[in-house]
Design a protein around this ligand. Sequence first.
Ligand code: FE2
Ligand code: FE2
Length: 462
Amino acid sequence: MNFWEKTYLVSPAEFYVTGERNAVLETYLGSCVGVTLYDPTARVGGLAHIVLPSGDQKREAVSPGKYATSVIPLVIKKMLELGASKGRMVAKMAGGASIYKNFNLDIGRRNALKAKEILELEGIPILEEDVGGNFGRVLRMKMENGEINLRQIGQGLRDTPPPAVVRGVEFRDILKEIDHIEPLPETVRQALALIDADPEDSQELKGIIYQDQALTADMLKICNSAYYGFSRRISSLSHAIVLLGFKTIKKILLSLSLRNILFQKIPSYSLGKGEMFKHALACGLTAELMARELGRDNDSEKIFTAALLHDIGKIVLDLVAFDKFGLIMDMVVKGGRSFLSAEKEILGYTHAQVGAMIARQWNLPLVLIEAIEYHHEPGKAQVAPEVVAMVHVADVICSMLGVGGGVDGLVNPVHPGALSLLALDAKAVENIIEGLPEVMKQIEPIEAHAVTGHTSTALPAT
Ligand SMILES: [Fe+2]
Ligand SMILES: [Fe+2]
């Protein structure tokens, strides 16, 4: 990468078409398929991040970026509008992995087959292709010349021996960094303490939010964003609760209050600024969607919050062990090890364990501590195994779709015990994947606010 380049990250179910010479289009792929199209004469190109092979007419009209059948013709159309010629277009494709074979979905293979079929129908030759396997990929296309750069994550020889033992990180260094993390805003601390309270009883929480005027103002700004589409301005919190419901308001409150902590970049995990926040929100919304799919609506608040916080330990490990992450990635990429076991071996601690230490320091309810600690090992949960299983599966689904999980997200296996505990069948998982891009639109106003918004003034802890 050089200073001249401008990188555009293409999220699942999205596409990007441009004629900017200095643009680099990038996407993270698991089972999804990335298709690049390029006209070398006009130097116009595009990248599509395909989530599913095809949908019905209505679905394709609502989310054309999601399906191979609708997005490829759309990228071609947009390129023609920018001066490309169809006769000169060439395609490259990557992804379509079957990392999550326990889901028994076969989505990766179906995505790749459908993308090829559509490109053939359109008469566009595929110059390069790297599809299948059981590993994730990072795909980048330079608009300067249409060249692609492909990085495979997590494939390799399972029998590669681990590197020589490295001294792990000191426990006291972890504790020191935990102490330095911004304390949880008082509003959130109180809201989290009410997590088991009757969700309909909004009086107490309303009182808590009102104490923080900046937060109330921020929340009203989000409630008035285009996503919620109200024709009249919402000017008070009570009005917002009536219109959006208490659960949604609490979700916005938590997301907004944690944005400062979660928005930072975490280089050791290849997470750019804002990517951890996006992953956390996406996991929260996916877990909530799953709770609904499984008829567990009553627990959705706990599940959303646990999923929002699950990777918090990465922030601390990035600070104390940034010099050791090269070894971890070597173990993952060359040794085919899971990120968690490599973390444990090299550092002595996993981000899940460190996350649980932070959660204890913050005095979070036990159910949240457990979900953070075991989000990669749901079989160890005792307090609320189903909540932990949902957070785990939501994390895997988001990673599979390439939503801000960083490089480790592309190599996290799904725990078969979690699927059987939840009685999640392939159809239910497919429904969740299908509904996710729409649900994720909720992230946009919160994300936009995280970029431009101001910090809320938390009251001092009592
Ligand atoms: Fe994690
Ligand atoms: Fe995660």
